[in-house]
Structures are given as structure tokens and as C-alpha cells.
Design a protein around this ligand. Structure first.
Ligand code: FAD
Length: 307
């Protein structure tokens, strides 16, 4: 019940100001956000590599309102890629990007987002890594898939995300499960209407399983983004049934969530990639993490009250 309320608050400027300024917020934010700067995130990439984990790095900040902010977002990713190159960490880290941050919701946003994301994808390819386009709310997805297709003409390894809660996703999965593709399946983190998305958790889980099967039976590289123990076990089973070796798909989890399980799966021989968000504009990302687990909200409330 609380999830939709928190997701609605994630779009409110008043709540953004209140929560950002509340004493105790930082302590909870730090659990999910790896730092504010490139220099703070680099040791985390190295630490992950030492534990047999890979990462996908997300510079947070989707709520931009001007083309200048979109260009600054592009530059933040270029700075990150430059630093990974200097440190020889290119093959340990890929990038996750939200096209909204590159200007997708502004006037002429589709073209602007494509123009901003292309140099990031190019720079990633130069250092031997790649970019995955995150899935945002359903109204942005046709544009995201078109940009994905466009980028794949020159950079076929560019990945994208699909969300199990959307009715459209099984069709998208079938279309995307072709040779050379990289597709992350997640449950979905936005507040979506019943006209486009399953609302019931059991229905979402069943749809997730159907999509894992499509991806495993297809020719592409499935990336399973979930912390759900049942879905992880089902993925292993469907991977085996499809005759895939352990390095022919990967698990992905979020920084700060089920860290022991991340290490356990990597130690079993699975590829495990940790989605690691950093930056100063953490509000939207943080609120989605609160919405996913009501216990986080209790922890957050307690931390504010005890400050
Ligand atoms: P759940 O049933 O929500 O969680 C299973 C268990 O995991 C919970 O019982 C709990 O123990 C733990 N857990 C899950 N979430 C939390 C949390 N926030 N805090 C503490 N414990 C938690 N969504 C999008 O819409 N677009 C994207 O591009 C996108 N990218 C993602 C990338 C990755 C790598 C991951 C892991 C998730 C991504 N998501 C994205 C979020 C996703 O849609 C879900 O909201 C999120 O993963 C929670 O779903 P779950 O599969 O972990 O299952």
C-alpha cells in the first residue's frame, strides 16, 4: 500500500526539499548511493572486482529541466569513463544511463537524448565496455527502444532494460532476444496504471518467469536484475534447461541490497554485476528504493527521529 504513495512523493518538489534537508537522511541514502563523486566510486569498483563482482555505474539525476543540464549529465559520464580508462578498470565496469537525464523529456527530447548518449556509448566502446539503457516510466519506452536500435547499428553490444510488470514486455522480449543482444529484465520500479501494467505482485512474478524463459531460449545475453530468491533459483533452472553455461547470462543486483548473496552467487561461478549509483541528485533513485521495501521506510523514519 505504501509503495505507490512513496512513488508519488518521488515526483514532488516539496517532498524532495523536505527529505533532502531532513537530519538523518544521509545515513540512509549512503546505504544505496555509493558516493557523490567519481573519486568516491572508484574504490568501490576496485573492491567489487576484488570480490569477483562486476559493476554497472549509474550517475544519478533524472529530473533535469534544461538542455544544459542534459549536456552536463553527458559530461559526467564522459568524466567517469575517462577515469576508468586511466585506472585500467574499463573491463570491470559498464554504464547504466537514464535517457531522461540526457534530455528525453525536453522539447525535441528524443533527438537530444540520442545526441547526448551517443558520445557516451562511443567512449565506453573505446575502453572496452558498454552502456545499458535503463527503462523508465512506460511513456518513455518507445523512444528508448528506438534509440537503442539506432545505437546498436554502430555499437551492437548496447543493452536495454525491460520491465516484467508491463503487458507489452513479453513481445519486447521476443523481439530483443536475438543474437548479440544484451537485455536486462527487472520487475519494474515506477507507478504504472492498470491499463498498461500488472498490479498484483504474483502476476508480475509470473510474467518475470515467462520473460526469463524467452530470453534464455533466445540467442541474446540475458541479464537478470532481481534480489528475489525464488526468481534467482528459477533463473538457474531455466538457464540449465536452455543449455546455457554460467557465463552465458548474468545476475544483477543493486548496491547495498543482499550484498552477501551477491558474493555467494559470484563464488558459485555466476557472473554478478552490481548496479552502483552515485552522484548528488539521488532523490528519485532513493525514493524508488524506499518504495520497494516498506521496512526501509521504517529505518528511514527512525533515523530522522533519532537525529
Ligand atoms: P522484490 O520482490 O521487490 O524483492 C525481493 C527481496 O529483495 C526483498 O524481499 C528484499 O529482501 C530485497 N529487496 C528488494 N528491494 C529492496 C530494497 N529497495 N531495499 C532493501 N531490500 C530490498 N527498475 C526499473 O523500472 N527500470 C530499470 O532500469 C531498473 N534497473 C534495475 C537494475 C538492477 C540491477 C536491479 C536489481 C533492479 C533494477 N530496477 C529497475 C528495479 C526493479 O524494477 C525492482 O524495483 C527492484 O529490483 C526490486 O525488485 P526485486 O526483483 O528485487 O524483487
Amino acid at each position: 500500500m505504501l509503495g505507490p504513495v512513496i512513488l508519488a512523493a518521488s515526483r514532488s518538489d516539496t517532498m524532495r526539499r523536505f527529505i533532502s534537508a531532513a537530519p538523518g537522511t544521509k545515513q540512509v541514502v549512503d546505504r544505496f548511493i555509493a558516493g557523490e563523486t567519481v573519486e568516491q566510486v572508484v574504490p568501490i569498483v576496485k573492491d567489487a572486482a576484488g570480490k569477483g563482482l562486476e559493476v554497472t555505474l549509474d550517475v544519478v539525476g533524472e529530473d533535469i529541466t534544461t538542455p544544459e543540464q542534459a549536456a552536463a549529465a553527458r559530461d559526467a559520464y564522459l568524466e567517469l569513463i575517462g577515469r576508468l580508462k586511466e585506472l585500467g578498470l574499463g573491463t570491470k565496469a559498464e554504464m547504466s544511463v537514464k535517457l531522461s537525464m540526457f534530455g528525453q523529456s525536453l522539447d525535441g527530447g528524443h533527438e537530444l537524448a540520442l545526441a547526448n548518449v551517443r558520445p557516451v556509448v562511443e567512449a565506453a566502446a573505446v575502453i572496452g565496455t558498454t552502456v545499458t539503457l535503463d527503462a523508465e516510466d512506460h511513456t518513455t519506452l518507445d523512444s528508448m527502444f528506438t534509440i537503442h536500435e539506432e545505437l546498436r547499428k554502430d555499437f551492437p553490444q548496447t543493452g536495454c532494460v525491460i520491465q516484467a510488470y508491463l503487458f507489452r514486455t513479453e513481445d519486447d522480449a521476443r523481439r530483443l532476444a536475438a543474437a548479440g543482444s544484451r537485455v536486462r529484465i527487472v520487475k519494474g520500479a515506477y507507478k504504472e496504471p492498470a491499463s498498461v501494467a500488472y498490479q498484483d505482485r504474483a502476476e508480475i512474478d509470473k510474467a518475470f518467469v515467462r520473460v526469463i524463459k524467452i530470453l534464455m531460449d533466445g540467442q541474446g545475453y540475458p541479464m537478470i536484475g532481481s534480489h528475489d530468491p525464488r526468481l534467482i533459483a528459477i533463473t538457474q533452472e531455466l538457464g540449465r534447461k536452455a543449455g546455457r553455461k554460467l557465463d552465458e547470462y548474468e545476475f544483477q543486483m543493486l548496491y547495498g541490497i543482499r550484498s552477501d548473496e551477491q558474493i555467494r552467487l559470484a563464488a558459485e561461478g555466476h557472473r554478478m554485476r552490481v548496479y552502483t549509483a552515485y552522484g548528488t541528485d539521488w532523490y528519485g533513485y532513493f525514493m524508488r528504493r524506499l518504495a520497494e521495501k516498506p521496512a526501509n521506510l521504517l529505518f528511514f523514519g527512525r533515523s530522522i527521529l533519532t537525529k
